[in-house]
Ligand binder design. Structure first.
Ligand SMILES: Cc1cc2nc3c(=O)[nH]c(=O)nc-3n(C[C@H](O)[C@H](O)[C@H](O)COP(=O)(O)OP(=O)(O)OC[C@H]3O[C@@H](n4cnc5c(N)ncnc54)[C@H](O)[C@@H]3O)c2cc1C
Length: 331
């Protein structure tokens, strides 16, 4: 497969960028690490590629007036990995960004591109006219579904959401600012992703003429906070998550006052695990609580023929991560 023909523009302002992407067949180019692969593999047709590279205002990390953090959508992942305020106050995000791909891809890839990247299902990326590409069938349902989802398919499409940073951002209650032709809006990341049962051809709520301009993190909680991201992959080299967990736990005295737990490699969207959160809130983090949380994490899971191994994987992940936190209080 060779690259298709397309025009390439580098707008000088956000307004101009929005005008450019408003024409049919236009696509945004941030770092290009995902987009160029999609073009090469003919995943979708493109007439015009709109580079954001001249929009310096979309780069950088800075504190907001309320004590939170604003991360421009064009900020390279490596800057997030190395950012002092991110490492100090939002370690789940720094860890998730450090788990993305390889050093080269973290230099080139941006946070906006990471949360908007396309799914990695090999049928979707391959020469299969699947439901997500306007076809009539999901080939993974009864096919090679080793890396597919165990939650949230709606029995429609079995992709897993590919981003490592999105589950961490969702656990941290991040929002995204979206700029369109008429206005900008702020949406909680939780409302940003679309399940196949709602629309099988879209992964996010973005309209084709909208751009994510920044990601906003609320001020860190005031209690004793523990947050992190743990990812399990098939190879000890660059790879997407087979299973992962992002968590933010807020302790008051010896009890968990607040818990946000989001799974990666589990569902077509970053998958918030309310059963785990409910098993943790108002409890002491003892062996009984850990056991209960690791049981309920797979409540309602629907494994396919080849991905049943994800059930013990998620149970083990929850058990190991919560046990680590419990032990950190003893030292
Ligand atoms: C070999 C390889 C391994 C990888 N491993 C991982 C991994 O382990 N974990 C992981 O999370 N990712 C992984 N990735 C995926 C990806 O490259 C990175 O996630 C990267 O961060 C994407 O950012 P980008 O700026 O290059 O995005 P681009 O390729 O420029 O864009 C990706 C998509 O998002 C859209 N987009 C980009 N920016 C915006 C914006 N501001 N507003 C609206 N839409 C936008 C683009 O139109 C495109 O559809 C891997 C990729 C490769 C090639």
């Amino acid at each position: 497969m060779t690259m298709p023909n397309f025009s390439y523009v580098r707008p000088k302002s956000l307004k101009e960028a929005i005008q450019q992407i408003s024409s049919k067949g236009a696509r945004i180019h941030a770092g290009g690490t995902d987009l160029l692969g999609c073009l090469h593999d003919d995943v979708f047709q493109v007439k015009k590629v709109v580079s954001l590279s001249r929009l310096d205002e979309l780069r950088g990390i800075r504190q907001t007036k309320d004590g939170g953090l604003r991360i421009g959508a064009l900020t390279p992942l490596v800057d997030i990995v190395n950012s002092k305020p991110v490492k100090e106050h939002y370690p789940a995000l720094a860890q998730a960004a450090s788990e993305v791909a390889s050093p080269q891809l973290r230099n080139q890839g941006t946070l906006g591109g990471n949360i908007c990247q396309k799914p990695r299902c090999w049928y979707y990326r391959g020469e299969f006219h699947c439901l997500r590409k306007g076809g009539s069938k999901c080939f993974a349902e009864n096919g090679e579904n080793h890396y597919h989802c165990i939650f949230g398919s709606g029995h429609v499409c079995y992709i897993v959401h590919p981003s490592d940073t999105a589950p961490a951002l969702m656990a941290l209650e991040a929002s995204v600012r979206i700029a369109g032709p008429k206005s900008t809006k702020l949406a909680p990341l939780e409302a940003f992703y679309v399940l196949p049962g709602s629309n099988v051809e879209k992964e996010t709520a973005l309209e084709p003429n909208e751009i994510v301009t920044e990601i906003l993190l609320p001020p860190p909680g005031k209690g004793d906070l523990r947050s992190g991201y743990r990812k399990v992959r098939a190879r000890n080299s660059w790879d997407f998550a087979l299973a992962g967990i992002a968590f933010v736990l807020e302790f008051k005295v010896d009890r968990i006052e607040k818990a946000r737990v989001v799974l990666s490699g589990a569902a077509p969207i970053p998958w918030r695990s309310k059963p785990v959160e409910d098993a943790l809130v108002a409890k002491r983090l003892n062996a009984g609580t850990v056991e209960r949380a690791s049981e309920v994490v797979v409540k309602d899971a629907e494994p396919l023929e080849h991905n049943g191994y994800k059930i013990p994987l998620f149970r083990g992940l929850i058990e190991e991560e919560l046990t680590k936190i419990a032990e950190s209080f003893k030292t």
